[in-house]
Unconditional design. Sequence first.
Length: 380
Amino acid sequence: MQLLTKLSPKKYDVVIVGGGIVGLASAYAAVKKGLSVALVERESQNKDASVRNFGFVTVSGQQRGEHWQRAMHTRDVWADIAPKAGIDVEHSGLHMLMQRPEAMEVAEAFLQTEMGESCRLLTQSEIVENVPYLKKGLGVLYSPHELRVESKTAIGKLANWLNQVYGVDFYNKTTVHSIELPMVHTSRGTLHAEHCVVCPGTDLHSLYPVTLAKAKAKLCTLNMMRVMPKKAFKLNAAVMSDLSFARYDGFAQLPEARGLINLLDDIQSAERKAGVHLIVVQSADGSLIIGDSHDYSDRELPFRDVRIDDLITNEFDQMMNIGESDITQHWLGVYPSGDDVVFKASPEKGVVVGTITSGTGASTGFAFGEELIHLVLESK
Ligand SMILES: Cc1cc2nc3c(=O)[nH]c(=O)nc-3n(C[C@H](O)[C@H](O)[C@H](O)COP(=O)(O)OP(=O)(O)OC[C@H]3O[C@@H](n4cnc5c(N)ncnc54)[C@H](O)[C@@H]3O)c2cc1C
């Protein structure tokens, strides 16, 4: 990708601040409308939530209504552009192993909703054939909607594709300090733009802090790890557990989830307090990303509590039957968590700020990017 260090004197239709998935998705929405776009990223490339995540484009489990629709649309955009941008879809779909009758009750209620269309319970023979690596449970809910991309490379490939095919100018290692349209003041000088879309991720203090404070967001820190099984096997779809039914709004907000939530609060209280549930996805080299936990604070937490990792690996061992494995990587990730699932606002004419406040940007980012571009064009 051609990275620009000298700022162009041209006036862009839109300058985007932030090279995470939300900034890139906004850039894509803008170029699809025929607008000229520059994207400014303060790092040499994104190193935050957009590359630390599972790359799990999740539909089933997203909050019912508008957010679930965002996820359906975002999944379609990923499916369309991934091959064009050279991004591999590592696997598709989701298997949720149910180990308690209360979880079965949630799954059955979910299947009765519009969100459950095309989802189903696997038959016994399908369980034996499709998910031999899952431990014995009461049933497996299958959702066909999901995709998994390798975020740590997908974000760079997406940026490269936007640059090469759509002519988006990328100014990396460049920080935006302030915006006074048509001027966007950066650490390298001034860019000129008709509109500006700020996608700062967790940085809620640098640009438009008063507006972003309305998101009432805390920072949520997650423990993540990569595991390499000693014996190779192929994961046929992402995996989640009973704890996930109790965490993800699309399940947990169903009235039928109350029994499961109460039960888990009782029998897995440590996991529930640490916000632990299980997601397992696989990379091309056979390794698995497993997580996660949720620790809410006013600031980014620098220290990893290994006891939380133990809760995650314990849940993994309760769910998966893959023999011995080695943990090869640990990392923390952070996202803003607010009152609502997303936050968007126009602090002044021609400027919009937007951040996803529910840890679902890989799943809903493309739909959200379209909303931000729509809002900024309206705000003039
Ligand atoms: C551990 C973890 C696992 C997750 N798993 C999933 C998952 O599997 N599926 C899912 O849907 N979601 C997941 N999420 C959530 C998802 O990753 C986020 O919602 C999404 O990445 C947010 O994207 P973003 O672009 O808003 O933020 P970020 O990725 O934080 O990017 C913001 C960018 O803006 C730049 N920036 C900020 N201010 C400025 C400035 N003034 N000038 C220039 N640049 C600036 C930053 O450098 C950064 O690159 C996960 C999150 C975490 C932390």
